[in-house]
Design a protein around this ligand. Structure first.
Ligand code: GRF
Length: 215
């Protein structure tokens, strides 16, 4: 399965995908599209000799769709992509576009909830568990069906940075596991009756939680 990754930042999740999606795995990163000149994600793609494309106007759905199709992208992964994906692109990749969020959705998500703010909000809430969520992308920020989550403890003396690092380490496990599972499934992900998009049971690091509630 040809994977297109959209990124805006350092690209550590992209790196996890580049490392995991190699032969004989059924997925490969075919394109990295980035809206930030000089972002670490672009350098990582170049080092891995993966095609890159600069997103000059994040609102230009035709251009993005054209680039994804030109590279034969079948699954799109938002790995630290901070812009809203145009509705036409979301519709074209219905069930085939994933995002990773550094908290247990549906809590601590939505517009403006990214980076340090997410972990600050988790700490301020007094939650004792956080962790990454992989979900399908819909037209609204962070509201698409949840595919997989992994619990990470919040420790008494955590700062936003220590919590971020602990969650990020699990993002690097969870995201490739889901992408490889999706590639093995080889078809769009769909909602199941219990509200999860699909249950990943083959990969050891992946758990699914129906609600994402973290108390
Ligand atoms: C990650 O925490 C991801 O969950 C969020 O943005 C961050 C991206 O980090 N969406 P990186 O660019 O993959 O290092």
């Amino acid at each position: 399965m040809r994977v297109g990754v959209l990124a805006s930042g350092s690209g550590s999740n992209l790196q996890a995908l580049l490392d995991a999606c190699r032969p004989p795995q059924p997925a490969e990163v075919a394109l990295v599209a980035c809206n930030v000149e000089g972002a670490g994600a672009v350098a990582r793609a170049e080092r891995a000799r993966v095609a890159t494309w600069h997103i000059a106007d994040p609102a230009d759905g035709d251009a993005l769709l054209g680039a994804l199709r030109a590279h034969g992208v079948e699954l799109v992964v938002l790995a630290g992509y901070l812009k809203l994906v145009p509705a036409t692109v979301v519709a074209a990749y219905d069930g085939r576009m994933l995002n990773i969020h550094p908290a247990l959705l549906p809590s601590f998500g939505g517009k403006g909830m990214y980076g340090r703010r997410v972990h600050e909000a988790v700490l301020a809430s007094g939650a004792t568990v956080s962790g990454p969520t992989v979900h399908l992308v819909t037209a609204e920020y962070d509201r698409g069906p949840i595919v997989a989550q992994w619990p990470v403890p919040v420790l008494p003396h955590d700062t936003p940075e220590t919590l971020r690092d602990r969650v990020l380490a699990m993002e690097h496990q969870l995201l490739p596991a889901v992408v490889l599972a999706a590639a093995r499934a080889g078809r769009p992900l769909r909602l199941t009756a219990d509200g999860t998009a699909f249950a990943v049971t083959a990969a050891p690091v992946v758990a699914t939680m129906a609600t994402g509630e973290n108390g």
